[in-house]
Write a protein that binds this ligand. Structure first.
Ligand SMILES: Cc1ncc(CO)c(N)n1
Length: 232
C-alpha cells in the first residue's frame, strides 16, 4: 500500500518526534509555560490554514461522498480542536483569546506555505499526502505516550493525550480515512504524481518535527517590527 510505504520511509521522523523534548514533556506532565504559549499561538494559525485547505480539497473532489468527508473535517478543525488548545492554555495559566491571530513563526509559516502550495498546485493525492502527517503524527505520538507511560489524571495533559490518542470517544479516525483515500488514488495515479505526493508527505513529516522544535525554542522572526506586520 502506498500509505504504508510512506509511513515506513518516514519512520525516522516519527521516532524523532516521539523523542522530542516537547513531546516527552507532554508524556511526563511538564512542558515550560513559554513553549505551550508559543505552540498555541502558532497552532491557532496553522489550524486556520488547515480549514482553508480542506475547503480547497472540496473544490478538487469528484464525488459528493468525498466532499462530505472534507467538509466534516472543517467542522472538526474549527470546533473540536479547540479542546486540546484549551488544555495547553489551562496548564500555562493563560486565556486562549489572548493567543489568537498572531504572526506564525518561520517554521509554522513554512509548514502552512508547504500545505497551501500542495493544495493549490497539486492534485488531490498530493494534497492528501501533505495533510496526512498532521493527524498521523499526533495520533501516533499520543498512542506512543499511552502505550509507554499509561498516563493518569496526575498528568495535566491527560485530556490532550486522550483527544489525539484514544479512539474510544467515537472521534472520526482521520488518519485511516485519509490513508484509505490516498491508497485508492494511488491505484490509478502515474509515477510522477505519486513521486510528488511522496515528497509532499515527507516534507510535512519533517515540518511536524520542526513545529515542536519551533515551540520549544520559541523560534521567532529575527528582527522585531512595530505591530503584527507579517500577519496575513
Ligand atoms: C502542527 C500541527 N500538526 C498536527 C496537529 C493535529 O491536528 C496540530 N494541531 N498541529
Amino acid at each position: 500500500m502506498f500509505s504504508a510505504q510512506l509511513r515506513e520511509e518516514a519512520n525516522p521522523v516519527f521516532e524523532a518526534i516521539y523523542k522530542h523534548p516537547f513531546v516527552t514533556g507532554v508524556a511526563n506532565g511538564h512542558v515550560p509555560k513559554e513553549a505551550l504559549i508559543h505552540y498555541v499561538k502558532a497552532d491557532y494559525e496553522y489550524l486556520t490554514a488547515f480549514a482553508r485547505i480542506y475547503g480547497l480539497a472540496v473544490s478538487k473532489c469528484e464525488t459528493r461522498e468525498e466532499m462530505d468527508f472534507y467538509q466534516s473535517q472543517i467542522n472538526f478543525v474549527l470546533h473540536s480542536e479547540i479542546h486540546p488548545h484549551n488544555v495547553f492554555c489551562k496548564v500555562a495559566g493563560v486565556k486562549y483569546e489572548d493567543l489568537q491571530r498572531m504572526t506564525p513563526p518561520p517554521a509554522a509559516d513554512h509548514y502552512i506555505s508547504h500545505m497551501m502550495n500542495s493544495a493549490v498546485h497539486g492534485d488531490i493525492g498530493e494534497l492528501m499526502a501533505a495533510l496526512l502527517p498532521c493527524p498521523w503524527t499526533y495520533q501516533a505520538l499520543a498512542a506512543h505516550i499511552i502505550e509507554t507511560k499509561s498516563p493518569d489524571a496526575s498528568n495535566p495533559f491527560l485530556e490532550w493525550i486522550l483527544f489525539y490518542g484514544s479512539r474510544e470517544d467515537g472521534m472520526p479516525d482521520v488518519t485511516s480515512e485519509l490513508c484509505k483515500r490516498l491508497d485508492k488514488w494511488a491505484e490509478t495515479a502515474g509515477s510522477a504524481a505519486k513521486e510528488r505526493a511522496r515528497k509532499a508527505f515527507l516534507k510535512s513529516c519533517m515540518l511536524e518535527h520542526a513545529f515542536w522544535e519551533m515551540a520549544t525554542t520559541e523560534q521567532d522572526w529575527m528582527v522585531p517590527l512595530k505591530g503584527d506586520t507579517l500577519h496575513a
